[in-house]
Design a protein around this ligand. Structure first.
Ligand SMILES: *[C@@H]1O[C@H](CO)[C@@H](O)[C@H](O)[C@H]1NC(C)=O
Length: 336
């Protein structure tokens, strides 16, 4: 009886997972996903490394307007550790404007790295990953009744990708999620979160984004996603990142849930559109600004020093000439 129950449990868990156990590293790691999930080996996969030199500025891309994000109802929202990520369920009353169809929200989740290692985001911009990435998953509710109906259809899903980096201050919007992680440390644990203003999870400048056709970044990797990746990053504090990297456990109860991000996939023939033109928006990070500042300062100092020494040399030479003139004329007088 017990054996049957255990077997049923195993079969059920695998079925719920989409058929086959998968991880990011190891024997069922991302390189082996295509063996069990053929679409993971397709030619329109996500994430990608966005090369800003190769994107196409499309001034006709409509602005993106999240609707209902400020007040996602009055019901508490489910927060779930599914062994691969932390996921917050969202009601279909939230939707995106700026697409030919209405895309309503279903859930959001995060991807991150591990303490002491750089990276953690799935998308990269010019080969630069950030510490983490938020995905807000929407489906085309004009065409499909549910998320699962839409999930494997072309353009069935629209996902917002928000790159997260470490900044100076605590991000109170992200704290609505992060402060509950300790309640769901183990796989399949759930808790609830009071509704909060979800628009604060988004970067303040939503006008700058990249758009491309891609896929789910986890098995079964359906190539059904209209991706929007924001150019501007959001910031969480170092402590908040530590919480994300050190609280949850994966399907193996003794293993921390870390490094749950997929490597960038080949772009192949795809286009990446940009809602903004690059020339006007050369953005520098704080480090680069500091570097630039120090560089300019050192440059000025060197120039000043050079001018000073040249001026001194010229003066010395002049004085020397005068002295030698005086000296020779003096000698001339005694000799005379
Ligand atoms: C995505 O695919 C659709 C349908 O094939 C196409 O109309 C659209 O232009 C594509 N978008 C991008 C950004 O390539």
């Amino acid at each position: 009886m017990l054996l049957v129950a255990v077997l049923l449990e195993v079969i059920w868990t695998q079925a719920a997972d989409g058929g086959q156990h998968w991880t990011y590293e190891g024997p069922h790691g991302q390189d082996d996903w295509p063996a069990s999930y053929p679409e993971c080996g397709g030619n329109a996969q996500s994430p990608i490394d966005i090369r800003t030199d190769d994107v196409i500025f499309d001034p006709k891309l409509p602005a993106l307007q999240p609707r209902g994000y400020e007040q996602p109802g009055t019901e508490p929202l489910d927060l779930h550790n599914n062994g691969h990520t932390v996921q917050l369920s969202l009601p279909p009353s939230l939707y995106l404007e700026g697409f030919p169809r209405r895309y309503v929200t279903a859930q959001l989740h995060l991807h991150w790295g591990q303490k002491g290692s750089p990276g953690g985001s799935e998308h990269q911009i010019n080969s630069k990953a950030t510490a983490a990435e938020l995905h807000i998953v929407h489906y085309d509710s004009d065409t499909y009744p549910t998320l699962s109906e839409a999930a494997d259809k072309p353009l069935g899903l629209a996902v917002l990708g928000i790159l997260i980096e470490v900044g100076e201050t605590k991000n109170s919007a992200y704290e609505h999620i992060l402060s509950h992680l300790h309640e769901i440390r183990h796989k399949d644990q759930k808790t609830v979160v009071p509704p909060f203003n979800l628009s604060e999870l988004l970067p303040p400048q939503m006008g700058q984004f990249f758009r491309y056709n891609g896929s789910l970044t986890t098995p079964p990797c359906y190539q059904s996603v209209l991706w929007t990746v924001f150019n501007q990053r959001v910031q969480i504090s170092r402590d908040q990142l530590d919480t994300l990297q050190e609280t949850l456990f994966s399907e193996e109860p003794s293993r921390l849930l870390v490094q749950n991000y997929r490597a960038p996939q080949p772009l192949h023939q795809r286009m990446v559109l940009a809602s903004f033109s690059q020339e006007s928006t050369t953005e520098y990070t704080t480090g680069e600004k500091l570097g630039l500042g120090v560089g300019i300062l050192v440059g000025c100092l060197c120039l000043l020093l050079a001018v000073y020494f040249i001026a001194r040399k010229i003066r010395k030479k002049r004085l020397g000439n005068q002295k030698s003139v005086v000296f020779t004329s003096a000698r001339a007088t005694t000799e005379a």
